[in-house]
Design a protein around this ligand. Structure first.
Ligand code: SAH
Length: 344
């Protein structure tokens, strides 16, 4: 098939998918989203380091790049001495990736297959290493981790490696009064009218934004750790009780979540964080405003729980529930609540 015919076939295949899947894959057709990811140096350099600085691991191996996009990770793997790399992507960006691989003289080392990972058949029975950049906002939003786990179970050789292989979500309490007022309080009085029906909607949408480290009031706490060798799709619906301990006297308007990623298969573990304490990444952080304002004293504990599950209708969306309870001796400061969020 010529490239034009393949492109046409890919576009037809995309049109036959259900609406949300079409929307998801079409968003990766355009180079703009790939530009944003490639320019995220924390992200891309961590992958580069974990692959190119570990030539002894990649040498002569068969590598699968799940969701190869523009082919960057495939080219890192080829540069690291892989025997052969197979990149798979459903989006039409893969046709550009083929040209990129070609102009870099790597066509004999890299095979790029257009299609859904779950639907295509690889030219190899098993692969030695899986590389993939699958993370979404709040780690799991629109995430394609299901696809990586499918590829692991179907193709990864016994003792095969996964890059990266560990992901952890952290949560902390933040002081964010001014912005909460701007985003949530705004609906209390709009030109003299009560807009509270929209206040509930605004509260239910987690906000992807950068949080200043100075706003963080509590110690961060991990709420989910995924071991990519062992986890299953069932682990992506989880429930975690946790405590947040106040570092200082302050107010808490919201919880903030972020994630860390580890490549432990490397000679020396490569790790990056998307937290407020470190360099900007395109994932920013995710802020969950709570109904109350908690007035906390240093050392006080807020008992919380976080429940997350993929939405039943659209599995790329997330339904999240956060519960909190500030139990103090001071009855005027006691507070508890349950908030429901939808990431869509
Ligand atoms: N690896 C590239 C792109 C990462 S973005 C980089 O690091 O820059 C994730 C890519 O995975 C997107 O291009 C998307 O189209 C693709 N993808 C997601 N789910 C997929 C699936 N089930 N089958 C094939 N490709 C998929």
């Amino acid at each position: 098939m010529s490239t034009e015919q393949e492109l046409e076939a890919a576009e037809t295949k995309l049109k036959q998918m259900d609406h949300s899947e079409q929307h998801y894959f079409n968003s990766y057709n355009h180079h703009g989203i790939h530009e944003e990811m490639l320019k995220d140096e924390v992200r891309t350099r961590s992958y580069m380091k974990s692959i190119v600085d570990n030539k002894h691991i990649f040498k002569d191996k068969v590598v699968l790049d799940v969701g190869c996009g523009t082919g960057i990770l495939s080219m890192f793997a080829a540069k690291a001495g892989a025997k052969h790399v197979i990149g798979v992507d459903m989006s039409t960006i893969i046709f550009k990736a083929r040209e990129i691989v070609e102009v870099n003289g790597l066509s004999d080392k890299i095979t790029l297959i257009q299609g859904k990972m779950e639907e295509i058949t690889l030219p190899f029975e098993k692969v030695d290493i899986i590389i993939s950049e699958w993370m979404g906002y709040f780690l799991l939003y629109e995430s394609m981790l299901d696809t990586v786990l499918y590829a692991r179970d179907r193709y990864l050789a016994k003792d095969g490696l996964i890059f990266p292989d560990k992901a952890t979500i952290f949560v902390a309490g933040i002081e964010d009064g001014d912005y909460k007022e701007e985003k949530i309080g705004f609906w209390d009085n709009v030109y003299g009218f009560n807009y509270s029906p929209l206040k509930a909607t605004a509260l239910s949408e987690p906000l992807v934004d950068t949080v200043d480290m100075k706003a963080v009031v509590t110690d961060p706490t991990p709420v989910l750790t995924l071991d990519l060798y062992k986890c299953t799709t069932a682990d992506l619906a989880f429930s975690c009780p946790f405590d947040l301990v106040a570092r200082r006297d302050d107010y808490i308007h919201a919880l903030v979540a972020w994630f860390d990623i580890d490549f432990t298969a490397c000679h020396k573990t490569v790790r990056f964080s998307t937290g407020p304490h470190t360099k900007y990444t395109h994932w920013k952080q995710t802020v969950f405003y709570i109904k109350d304002v908690l007035t906390v004293q240093q050392g006080e504990r807020i008992e919380c729980s976080l429940h997350n599950r993929p939405n039943e209708k659209n599995k790329r969306d997330l339904d999240i529930k956060i519960q909190y309870r500030l139990d103090t001796q001071d009855p005027k400061r006691q507070a508890e609540g349950t908030c429901l969020y939808k990431m869509c």
